[in-house]
Design a protein around this ligand. Structure first.
Ligand SMILES: Nc1ncnc2c1ncn2[C@@H]1O[C@H](COP(=O)(O)OP(=O)(O)OP(=O)(O)O)[C@@H](O)[C@H]1O
Length: 264
């Protein structure tokens, strides 16, 4: 059965008025993400990926076009966002950080505890539940952010380069942890990355954006078998071909974006 659309964006545009005049960040972006789908957004630096995610998150408004988000289960939050920088509360323990959204929603303490312990176990942080963020490494703090986002149980997860600041091995482990949790929960995910590898490890579809003003250039189905491992996926059938295709689409836009920067 085909799942219904959860995120539907039609001819969406965004203009910023800055000190140097008008900046068109997004133009005519149209895309649809089905419920339970994992989509990665890739595109050159400055093409509007974060702006698009922030618009979906309701943190920014669009200046033209339409955005429709389907909210299937009103007892759950619609979306949660995970940022590149660690966005944990430094004054709260790991456990308090993860339960924050649930507490805000008035979920009873016993239920909160079960959910929090479940996700701390999933991200390998059970032993650190009473630790404070300053006692954790960067990768561990990102794990707290991921556990918090899933514990909050939103329908849509919006992830803005959540692993960009991590070293290669920690990134691979977190990608696998994220995939395992996603496979269990099947949330709708919109995930920004600069990495072709990361898009191929994680996504069902890679959405390639053009240089600014960003619009959708290519929508590439990532048909690699699941479950996937962060390294073994690279030797799976079709990986090389997909990787080359994505790079061809992206390369042109990265060059365009460089010539824009040179002309500015
Ligand atoms: N608040 C703002 N005011 C003015 N211009 C902005 C604002 N936010 C973003 N922009 C501009 O909009 C464009 C898109 O920015 P955005 O951060 O969305 O790109 P991005 O694709 O996420 O970049 P990166 O990959 O480098 O993170 C850029 O030219 C940026 O300078």
């Amino acid at each position: 059965m085909t799942e219904p659309a959860q995120i539907h964006i039609s001819k969406l545009g965004k203009e910023f008025i800055g000190t140097n005049g008008k900046v068109t960040a997004l133009r005519d972006v149209s895309l649809s993400v089905r419920r339970g789908e994992f989509c990665c957004l890739v595109g050159p630096s400055g093409c509007g990926k974060t702006t698009l995610l922030r618009i979906v998150a309701g943190l920014e408004t669009h200046t033209s076009g339409e955005l429709h988000l389907a909210h299937f289960d009103r007892s759950k939050p619609l979306h949660s966002m995970v940022f590149q920088e660690q966005s944990v509360f430094p004054w709260m323990t790991v456990e308090r950080n993860v339960e924050y959204g649930l507490k805000m929603r008035g979920v009873p303490a016993a239920e909160r505890r079960d959910v929090v312990l479940h996700y701390l176990d999933k991200v390998g942080l059970s032993a650190f539940r009473n630790a404070y963020p300053h006692q954790l490494s960067g990768g561990m703090k990102q794990r707290v952010s991921i556990a918090r986002a899933f514990a909050n149980d939103p329908e849509i997860l919006l992830m803005d380069e959540p692993f960009a600041a991590l070293d290669e091995q920690n990134k691979a482990i977190l990608q696998e942890e994220l995939l395992r949790i996603w496979e269990e929960s099947k949330k709708t995910v919109l995930f920004i990355t600069h990495s072709i590898d990361e898009a191929l490890v994680l996504s069902d579809r890679a959405l390639v954006m053009t240089a600014r003003p960003g619009t959708l250039k290519a929508d590439i189905p990532v048909t690699l078998a699941r479950p996937r491992g962060a390294y073994d996926v690279r030797s799976s059938e079709g990986y090389g071909e997909l990787s080359t295709r994505l790079w061809r689409e992206l390369r042109e836009e990265v060059l365009n974006s460089r010539s824009q920067a040179g002309a500015a």
